[in-house]
Design a protein around this ligand. Structure first.
Ligand SMILES: *Cc1c(COP(=O)(O)O)cnc(C)c1O
Length: 234
């Protein structure tokens, strides 16, 4: 094994350990939590190292980068996640490649994805991205826009909305992150009470390198981790 592979495997094991501890602190099981490795900072070799270490959920934030990595790594049984913004002109090429879109953030995008998914006969799992901190620099639906969109979901049967996604508003502020993650969970509980029975909203995709333990304590079922996996690589 190369030094890179060893370091990535060690980082992954340490992060999985921290996730398990955070889960245990609040009486959850680590099995409920999927680690998506976000690989936008690294290349093909690092993704291969992650896969060899058992991490097969891989996320990219830019569609073009996702397409390139999917092509280069087609020999691996990776589940690809798009975690960043999806422009409508990139939908057709992206949908067949991904197992989840984390960044559904408008009715127009929902319509366009549903249309493309209907044509290809494939259901598209997705999460609604919420700008939970109301930080103007972040993408996502305003919290007040989410319920009206959820009400419209039965009209878009080729998109399976499985939950919500958000980023904490202020990096490095654990208190603010906890408040944001709790707000996302509470929004999900509210929506569950009012949405159509086929909309399950099981997932909360929240928590990145700096705040994933807080996110797990607040109910994350998916954490999206980039830089912490690649710490110490030259
Ligand atoms: C880059 C990125 C991450 C991972 O960020 P790190 O802080 O490096 O762990 C998670 N989610 C999204 C949407 C990202 O763009």
């Amino acid at each position: 094994m190369s030094d890179t592979s060893v370091r990535i495997a060690e980082n992954l094991a340490a992060i999985r350990g921290s996730i398990a501890e955070a889960a245990r602190r609040v009486g959850r099981s680590a099995d409920e939590i999927t680690l998506v490795a976000v690989t936008k900072y690294v290349g093909e070799a690092e993704v291969r190292a992650l896969a060899a270490a058992g991490c097969l959920d891989i996320g990219e934030s830019r569609p073009q980068e996702l397409w390139a990595k999917v092509a280069a790594l087609a020999d691996l049984p990776i589940r690809w996640h798009l975690v960043g913004h999806l422009q409508r002109n990139k939908i057709r090429r992206t949908l067949p490649l991904v197992s989840m879109i984390h960044s559904l953030d408008s009715v127009r995008l929902l319509e366009a994805i549903d249309h493309a998914a209907a044509e290809s006969g494939k259901m598209t799992p997705a999460l609604l991205e919420v700008n939970i901190s109301a930080n103007r620099a972040k993408h996502g639906l305003a919290p007040a826009e989410v319920a009206p969109l959820v009400e419209q979901l039965p009209a878009f049967p080729h998109v399976a909305v499985r939950g919500l996604m958000a980023m904490a508003g202020h990096e490095g502020d654990a208190h603010a992150a906890r408040r944001d993650f709790a707000a996302l969970r509470e929004l999900r509980e509210q929506l569950r009470g009012q949405c159509a029975p086929q909309v399950t909203l099981d997932h909360l995709s929240m928590g990145m390198s700096g705040d994933y333990e807080v996110a797990v304590e607040e109910g994350a079922t998916i954490v999206r981790i980039g830089s912490a996996l690649f710490a110490g690589l030259s």
